[in-house]
Design a protein around this ligand. Sequence first.
Ligand SMILES: NC(=O)c1ccc[n+]([C@@H]2O[C@H](COP(=O)([O-])OP(=O)(O)OC[C@H]3O[C@@H](n4cnc5c(N)ncnc54)[C@H](O)[C@@H]3O)[C@@H](O)[C@H]2O)c1
Length: 255
Amino acid sequence: METNQSSSDFTGKVAIVSGGGSGIGAATAKLLAAGGASVVLSDINLSAAEKIAAEITASGGKAAPFKADASKPEDSQATVEFAKKTYGALHLAYNNAGIVGPEKYVGDLTPEGWQSVINLNLNGVFYAMHYQIPAILASGGGAIVNTSSIAGFIGIANLSAYVASKHGVAGLTKSASIEYGKQGIRINSVHPGYIMTPLIAQWTDTDLGALEAMHPIGRLGQPEEIAEVVYFLLSNKASFMSGSQVVVDGGFLSV
Ligand SMILES: NC(=O)c1ccc[n+]([C@@H]2O[C@H](COP(=O)([O-])OP(=O)(O)OC[C@H]3O[C@@H](n4cnc5c(N)ncnc54)[C@H](O)[C@@H]3O)[C@@H](O)[C@H]2O)c1
């Protein structure tokens, strides 16, 4: 059992949040920094990451933006090197960058469209952990959360690549959790329902209204409601949780 940090205090801990410039990633980066962590916000959109990092530092937290395309292994490696160089270690990671991708039936989805989603949502999580895990081991252990979705449990028409990527994240997470549990790294996946972020804000009110009706709680989620659960999973309050698929969906999957 981890004993040197019995609470959810992240003082002295270093975290990477990918896709930290928007939505769920931004909310999580803010919460981790408020809890004392030094946070690297990696994002393909540097100005978005800079804006959130500036908000964090203005409120007394520690945050550094970093431009990285999570679908490129060399960028994931550079992100880990940046965290070590900037803050001296790496303990925590929230691998969250993701896209929905083209909305088409399988027969109409191009191989390029398929690959764009798999390369970021699934391969990107592998690249991230591949470079993060040695750094976390060298820092004395820690925790990782990977972003899956309710789409990691069910099929959704028009979203085969997204659904396949999110199922893949769950399997990758469980396998890695088995490999590194005894070495002091807990690895879990979080599975949000529909959350009101720029990822889905582009959809019409009719679409969003239909989605709301699919959540027994009667509304869509807010990014902060996922951030709270990720925060818990990264903290030692979740010290016996590893390989879990943690659903945060306002009851969506219960129907
Ligand atoms: N919003 C939802 O309803 C919902 C539901 C379930 C799961 N998720 C998952 O949560 C994660 C975050 O989604 P969100 O709703 O906060 O999205 P968002 O669009 O608000 O934020 C995503 C961030 O990722 C960044 N990004 C995009 N491509 C990138 C790349 N190649 N490399 C690095 N960064 C990149 C974007 O610039 C953006 O800052 C995604 O993995 C998504 O699949 C979202």
